[in-house]
Structure formats: C-alpha cells, structure tokens
Design a protein around this ligand. Structure first.
Ligand SMILES: *Cc1c(COP(=O)(O)O)cnc(C)c1O
Length: 439
C-alpha cells in the first residue's frame, strides 16, 4: 500500500500482546482484509485521523452512532457540562425521563423503555422479557441477522462471524442453541412453515427489520407485514432489533418507514450519540413485567448514565431540529446517501464491474455480484476478493469504510457535497482497479 501506516503497524503489533488479536471488538482488526487497521487519534465532522497523520472521510461512524458527525460542538459541550455535575450517581435523574420521552415521541410503539449499556444487553433482555411474558421458550431469528453476542442470539449471526467464517461460536451450549430456530431472511414460506409447526412454543420472532449485518439488505415488500400477522396469529411477540436501523431507515426507523408496530423494539448506537447506551421498550403491558414493576429481572450499575443520556438527547435533538427552507434532517441524510449510491452505481457500470447497491435511509452498501442479494446465502455468494481490492483502493484514497462486505456503510449530516464528490471519484478509480485485477 502507498498509505503510510508505520505507526499503526507498530501499535498493532504491541496491542496484540495486550488484547486478543490486538482489539476490543473483532472486525476492527482487519484480519479478513489481511492488512493493518489504522489506529485512530481523533475525529471531527466527517473526518477521522490516524496516528500516522492520514486523514480519511469516515463512513464507519463508529459502526453507526455518529449520525451528526464526530465531535459535534453541541454534543461535546453538553457532555462537558454534564461531566462537571458528576459522571454517575446510580440514582434516578430527570435526563433519563427526557431521553425516554424523546424516544417515545419518535417511536409511538414504545410506551415504556428501559435504558441499558449496549445493544447486546438490549436484545438479550428483550428475549428474557418475551420468554417471561409468554411463558414460552423458543425464539426465531433470521440467518445473517446480528443481535449482539448473547448466547441465544449468537447462532447464524451475520457480520463478525461471517467475516471470519465462523458459523457459530464455541462456548454456546447445545442446550441454549436448541431454543433458537433460524430461518432465511426475506423468505415468507420458511417463516410461515416454522410458525405453523412450532408457533405455540415460540416466545418471539426477532429481526433486524432492515438487515445491516450481512451487508445492507432491506426487507422485501410486505415481508415485515407478514411477520406481524404471523406472530399475532400464533401469540408470539415481534421484536424489532433497530439497534442499527433505528433513526436511520427513517427518523422513526424501520417501524415508521414500513408502518409496523413491533411489540418490543431494541435501540442502540445512535440513541447514545457515541456513548454506550442502548434500550429496549414496547407495549406497557409487556414492559411492566420488567423488574421492579414485574418479575423479569434486569439491572445495570451504569444504566441511564448522565453523560450518555446527555449525548443521546443532544444527538436526537439535532436530528429532529427543523430548519427554515431545508428538508428535515432524515431526508437530508437519505438524499446524501442516494447521491453516493447512484454515483457508485454509475462508476461501477462505467468500469464494467457488476455490483448490487442497496440503500435504506442513511444506511447503504454494495455487493460485488450479478445476482439479486436478498438474504445471507446470496450475500455470502458475492465476490469477497473483489471487495477486498476495492476496500484497500478506497482506503488509499482516504475513504474509510468498514473492512467487510458484510457491514453496512453509514452517512452523517457532516458529510459535505465535496466529501460525496470525492467519495464517488475514488470509487470510480477503485472499481477500475477491481476490473484490472479481473483481466
Ligand atoms: C450493533 C448491533 C447490536 C449489538 O450492539 P452492541 O452495542 O455492539 O452490543 C445488536 N443488534 C444490531 C442490529 C446491531 O447492529
């Protein structure tokens, strides 16, 4: 590579002696790309800077949360002010209610909410609640959907595992795995059959309503509606894991974009504005089963942390703010994203490279494939080698993308028209490189 990453290379070697694989979360390691991850020194707006002084236009956005851009002045100021009042109390605060009310305004299906610290915790707790509420044990998940790394959900779980080619993690017992039924995404027949055969044993069907962890794969027309009908018919709960697509598929996430009311919704990433927050919420009758209102136990020392609540409130407030003569922020994000998707599509065509480009609001992604990509199997059949060449060509031109075709790309409000033009031009050169490698 022409990019100078010498400091990152040294730092990575040292980190490998300190942390497994040198990282605190696997996909960051660039292992499947066979290269060294830039070590990050700082970020501002749409830009991220590594310790070698390289500057990149960032489309990872900390894997989703940074929707208003990095170090947004309002967010930074709000966190600084909050910190002077103390960083944690472990007691009720007004700002927890403020964030709860804000989320409920955006998600009408959320009548009660519980804040937690990670998406993993949100989905794990939502499952426990669904099982406690229904008195049933089985859950259904979709192959390639990722819902965090709790045992029950670490079965056929998309990006991280897919990137490393691990079907399921060792350490998940057969006893736990047997209560998780997996079916292909976007396949009405498969889920109908499972519900008909085992519906009365199923506590919940959990789905990423816009899949983002096998690459970006939106639901087919009518698919989520069908899930809503089937779950209702069989007395199972429908859990929307909107940890990624929340506030992105539209302001009101997939629920609003597709007009579906889930029984329980899991949120994360954007809701914390870059600090560790996630949440699960839903119908009051169901949520009131959670401790101490009800018997389903769930707790957290740092849950509702004042700095994190502040970052979340400020980020969501910026997203919801309307400006005279401007389309709303969610629309702005969608339009910026569309520009990139259309630009890349045209550039790929010009270079003679076949891609499938997908978009849902401010989430997007491409697959190097001629075939339609609608589930894990078709995503996995896309050309990984082509992606690898393209990814490195983009990085060398200063475009920072997630190092896997199974990840989603994220737009932020901080991305300027110039950023987008640069991103499209870089993609053109990268597609030509893919084309040349295929000769
Ligand atoms: C990121 C993600 C999670 C896990 O969230 P963590 O905060 O990483 O634990 C769960 N579900 C979906 C859909 C996600 O994208």
């Amino acid at each position: 590579m022409s990019l100078n990453l010498s400091k990152s290379e040294a730092a990575f070697e040292a980190a490998k002696e300190l942390m497994p694989g040198g990282v605190n979360s696997p996909v960051r390691s660039y292992r499947s790309m066979g290269s060294t991850p830039p070590f990050i020194a700082r970020a501002k707006g749409s830009r991220i800077y590594d310790i070698d002084g390289n500057e990149y236009i960032d489309y990872v956005g900390s894997w989703g949360p940074m929707v208003v851009g990095h170090a947004h002045p309002e967010v930074v100021q709000a966190i600084q002010e909050a910190a002077t009042r103390g960083t944690s109390y472990g007691a009720p605060t007004l700002i927890e209610s403020e964030l709860a009310e804000l989320v409920m305004k955006i998600y009408p299906s959320v009548e009660r909410i519980r804040m937690v610290n990670s998406g993993t915790e949100a989905t794990m707790s939502a499952l426990r609640l669904a099982r406690g509420y229904t008195g049933r044990e089985k859950i259904v998940k979709f192959i390639g959907c990722y819902h965090g790394h709790s045992d029950s959900l670490l079965v056929k779980a998309g990006s991280g595992l897919a990137t490393f080619g691990v079907p399921d993690s060792p350490g998940v017992t057969a006893g736990v795995a047997k209560d998780t039924i997996t079916v292909p995404y976007n396949d009405v027949e498969a889920i109908t059959k499972v519900m008909e055969e085992q519906g009365d044993a199923i506590a919940a069907v959990i789905i990423e309503p816009v899949a983002g962890n096998m690459g970006c794969i939106p639901p087919k027309q009518g698919y989520l509606q069908k899930l809503r009908e089937l779950t209702q018919q069989h007395g199972a709960l429908l859990i929307f894991d909107e940890v990624m697509c929340g506030f992105r598929a539209s302001l009101g996430g997939a629920a609003s974009a597709y007009g579906i009311r889930a029984d329980i919704t899991c949120l994360g990433k954007i809701i914390g504005g870059g600090l560790p927050v996630a949440a699960y919420g839903g119908k009051a009758e169901i949520m009131d089963c959670v401790s101490p209102a009800g018997p389903v136990y769930q707790a957290g020392t740092l849950s509702g942390n004042p700095l994190a609540m502040t970052a979340g409130i400020t980020t969501l407030s910026i997203l919801m703010r309307e400006e005279e003569g401007q389309p709303d922020k969610s629309r702005q994000l969608t339009l910026k994203t569309k520009d990139v998707v259309m630009g890349w599509t045209a550039a790929a065509k010009e270079a003679g490279v076949k891609i499938q480009a997908h978009q849902a609001g401010s989430m997007f992604g491409i697959f190097f494939a001629e075939h339609e990509v609608c589930d894990y199997e078709t995503a996995a059949a896309a050309d990984q080698e082509a992606f690898k060449i393209w990814f490195h060509a983009m990085l060398e031109q200063g475009i920072y993308l997630a190092p896997s075709q199974f990840e989603t790309i994220f737009m932020s409000l901080a991305h300027s028209d110039e950023d987008i033009e640069k991103t499209i031009a870089a993609a053109g050169a990268a597609f030509r490189k893919v084309r040349e490698s295929r000769r």
